[in-house]
Design a protein around this ligand. Structure first.
Ligand SMILES: [Zn+2]
Length: 545
């Protein structure tokens, strides 16, 4: 959860989103906040590290690269110390400023004319261009964060920080009160935050165009090598195929969990629904670590005593209650920070972060920096989700936690996974409109509400049309990760049965994939597993079969 990191002003865009979901206690959602924060840092840091491969640079550049390496280590260490509760306040700004001179049009020009391998140059340019945008919007995002931190709302004559509202709403059992609280939240969003955020978004779009791209979509697709339209096609298929199942289950849970007519459901009601705290007793804190270690041990995977993994389980007042992973150096120094408190959310977030940790710690040290640090983050998200989704494997639940009556729990988890898939499909659709160059930013609020509401059958408020946007299309990374994870899971079950998690051969397959770091994109891994393409086919079949 990194509460102290909310005070950081540098990674403003990340932190705004982080707060949105940092209390979210259900599989997938629970881990997204941590990913957003951590992955953004990694993107900055790791893209920086690719520069070390440009060893043909002169001595001045080499000195710059050494400074960058120090910067990366400082950045990750700061993330760890703040998240682990070892520091009172984050100071990313000072660390970030160390690379100020590098992020300049002069360096861009230098790179363009260099003889570096085209693929390598593409990665470097991708880093530089993104960082130029971050650098140029930093001051404005600082202002948004400051305003958010200062904003309060009046609840029963008490001034409550604006940023606590999502947490309060998610824990509020009365529908009417949730609506009243949401009204307070939307007023701050509209009156204080959106005017500034619109300017940042517009500036970001203008900068992407200034690089010579048609619009931000074009910019993303070209520098990242990912087709948004192909992904959009897959999400359209998913939305169509699963609609009947989804609407039926949504009505069921609206009635049984919330006692609200389905047509009155709003997004904030789903925040409360996803608490799903009735299932928490199934997931006691004291069994979490043993369950994880015994699973890895049975698969022949070194985890608990891995020399590259630094496990931080110490209790501290300011320590994040949510597990997180900080890969300070890949593969030889990866922090996994936990403070088990039990509940389904705790299990899902720990297993997810364990997946990232094992992926980084088992990455082949001989691989180039690009393969260890850069690449398609859909891949590490898929590996994280593979372990996270053990909590929906009935045999794992039985063997590790002794749970045999899982029908109600698994039905709810299956429904909520579909909500998330549909929500992110809607987000992709919306963000492609927002960034597509056909609308003014301020005209996109209605498009946001209509698109997300259509995808989820839950009322979305236009007020959140900028705050509910993933930085640099990270929504696409998740969607691709969920496709790949399901293909990995299907392969595991085909080859090693449903209890693959207890078999060394299954562990070998995981180790082989982890060892590759992020050398390959999600499509290549899918292909190596024997699939024709990266699709939602298995997921769709699960809801329509
Ligand atoms: Zn993740």
């Amino acid at each position: 959860m990194f509460r102290a990191r909310r005070r950081c002003k540098i990674f403003a865009g990340v932190l705004v989103e982080y707060v949105e979901d940092d209390f979210a206690p259900t599989t997938q959602l629970s881990t997204i906040a941590a990913d957003r924060s951590r992955i953004r840092i990694l993107q900055l840091a790791h893209r920086t590290m690719i520069m070390r491969r440009t060893s043909d640079m002169g001595s001045g550049e080499m000195k710059k690269l050494q400074e960058l390496e120090t910067f990366i280590q400082d950045l990750e260490r700061e993330a760890y110390e703040v998240g682990a509760g070892l520091k009172n306040e984050a100071n990313f700004s000072a660390i970030f400023d160390k690379m100020d001179k590098l992020i300049s049009s002069e360096t861009v020009a230098e790179m363009k004319s260099s003889d570096i391998d085209p693929v390598e140059k593409g990665e470097y340019m991708s880093f530089l261009l993104c960082m130029m945008i971050d650098k140029n919007t930093k001051r404005y995002t600082d202002d948004v964060i400051t305003r958010e931190l200062e904003a309060t709302v009046d609840i029963n004559d008490q001034q409550v920080p604006f940023r606590q509202l999502p947490i309060i709403i998610a824990n509020e059992s009365k529908h009417k009160t949730r609506g009243q609280l949401e009204e307070l939240r939307r007023r701050v969003q509209i009156e204080q935050l959106n005017p500034m955020s619109v300017n940042i978004m517009q500036f970001t779009h203008d900068m992407a165009c200034s690089y010579g791209y048609k619009n931000y979509n074009d910019f993303f697709e070209n520098i990242e090598g990912i087709s948004l339209s192909t992904l959009r096609h897959e999400t359209d298929k998913l939305l169509d195929a699963t609609e009947d199942y989804y609407k039926k289950e949504l009505a069921h849970y609206s009635e049984t969990f919330l006692n609200i007519p389905v047509e009155e459901l709003a997004q904030y009601d789903l925040s409360y629904m996803r608490r799903a705290d009735l299932f928490d007793p199934m997931f006691p804190a004291e069994k979490l670590i043993d369950a994880a270690w015994s699973t890895m041990s049975n698969m022949g995977i070194q985890a608990q005593d891995h020399p590259h993994i630094i496990l931080d389980v110490e209790k501290r007042e300011r320590k994040s209650p949510r597990a997180f992973c900080c890969p300070v150096r890949v593969p030889d120094k990866v922090y996994l920070v936990i403070m088990p408190h039990g509940g389904v959310d705790d299990y899902s977030s720990f297993l997810h972060e364990l997946g990232h940790t094992l992926h980084y710690a088992h990455t082949n040290a001989a691989l180039p920096i690009a393969a260890r640090y850069l690449g398609d983050n859909s891949v590490t998200e898929a590996h994280a989700s593979t372990l996270e989704n053990l909590i929906v494997n009935p045999l794992w639940l039985e063997r590790r936690l002794g749970i045999v009556d899982t029908d109600d729990y698994l039905r709810f988890m299956k429904f909520f996974e579909l909500y998330m898939l549909r929500r992110y499909s809607g987000k992709l659709q919306y963000e492609m409109e927002l960034h597509g160059g056909n609308h003014k930013v301020e005209d996109c609020a209605a498009i946001y509400a209509k698109t997300l509401t259509n995808a989820t059958s839950v009322q979305y408020d236009p007020a959140f049309y900028i705050s509910d946007v993933d930085n640099h299309f990270y929504c696409a990374r998740y969607l691709r990760a969920w496709m790949l994870e399901r293909q990995i899971r299907t392969k595991m079950i085909e080859k090693h049965d449903l209890d693959w998690f207890d078999k060394p051969d299954a562990g070998s397959l995981l180790l082989q994939m982890w060892a590759q770091g992020q050398k390959f994109k999600a499509e290549a891994i899918s292909s190596a597993l024997g699939y024709e393409s990266l699709t939602f086919d298995f997921i769709i079949a699960d809801y329509t079969g």
